[in-house]
Design a protein around this ligand. Structure first.
Ligand SMILES: Nc1ncnc2c1ncn2[C@@H]1O[C@H](COP(=O)(O)OP(=O)(O)OP(=O)(O)O)[C@@H](O)[C@H]1O
Ligand SMILES: [Mg+2]
Length: 235
């Protein structure tokens, strides 16, 4: 389908979401979680999404992360529909374009800090010196002195900073974060939140973080809220 026929207008935004709907088929009845969600995001821009538990924040991130297809509407990245790719194409696209940070750091316990950051490069195309970039990223997140430590020997904030470096190792254009500071105390949450914003600006990465924390959300230039499946701008 041509862009004009689908109503899609070309824009400068990296990410364009139009009239996104998501309905889960449950045993009882269809459950509509996202209703006509629309927004745009440019490279280097950061968006915080808030909303009550069960409002569909993680569902939205899974769709944007191409892990789950939408039921209706459009998701475009650089004007292209990732869901039009076949499975192998989509996996390659996801690995090269999108980074994820979750509430749980999901580090491998037997691997060092440096090895954990290098994990996503194992399936990446041959390319630049990954170890050099991993060391630079770990330096930027303040862990240059913890390269050879194991996750069990590190604090919660340090582990989450490794997860940030790991998410950025393949130079993603879009960073998706689900409650990235949910397991951290307030001081650590603030410093990790600031680190996210600084790194995304510096690396020209678009970022979406869903969070219950109004402290974290307040540091974002753009904030939206999911209520009854609809996404609204926040004051
Ligand atoms: N695979 C699924 N099948 C059926 N329902 C689902 C599925 N995944 C999620 N849901 C439902 O969708 C709703 C939204 O879930 P989601 O995980 O997106 O919420 P959330 O906003 O991230 O909540 P929280 O803040 O608690 O993490 C929930 O009511 C959940 O039960
Ligand atoms: Mg969630």
């Amino acid at each position: 389908m041509k862009a004009q026929e689908s109503g899609y207008q070309m824009s400068d935004s990296f990410l364009s979401v139009r009239n996104l709907n998501k309905t889960f088929e449950t045993r009882a009845e269809p459950l509509q979680i996202l209703r006509e969600v629309s927004f745009e995001l440019s490279l280097g821009e950061s968006l915080a999404v808030m909303g009550p538990s069960g409002s569909g924040k993680s569902t939205l991130l899974h769709i944007l992360g191409t892990l789950e297809p939408p039921s209706g509407g459009e998701v475009r990245m650089e004007g292209k529909d990732p869901f039009a790719l076949d499975d192998a194409g989509l996996a390659a696209f996801r690995n090269g374009t999108i980074g994820f940070v979750f509430q749980e750091h999901h580090l491998l316990p037997q691997c060092s800090t440096l090895e954990n950051v290098l994990l996503p490069t194992i399936v990446a195309a041959e390319g630049p010196d990954h170890e050099k970039r991993a060391r630079e990223l770990l330096d930027q997140v303040g862990l240059a002195h913890r390269m050879e430590y194991r996750p069990a020997e590190l604090s919660g904030g340090e582990r989450q900073r490794i997860a940030i470096a790991r998410a950025l190792i393949n130079k993603p254009k879009l960073l998706l974060c689900d409650e990235p500071t949910g397991n951290l105390d307030r001081v650590n949450a603030e410093s990790v939140g600031k680190l996210f914003l600084d790194l995304c600006e510096q690396h020209h990465t678009a970022m979406i973080a869903v969070t219950h924390s109004s402290t974290l959300a307040a540091t974002f230039p753009k904030r939206m809220e999911l209520l009854d499946g609809e996404l609204h701008p926040m004051e």
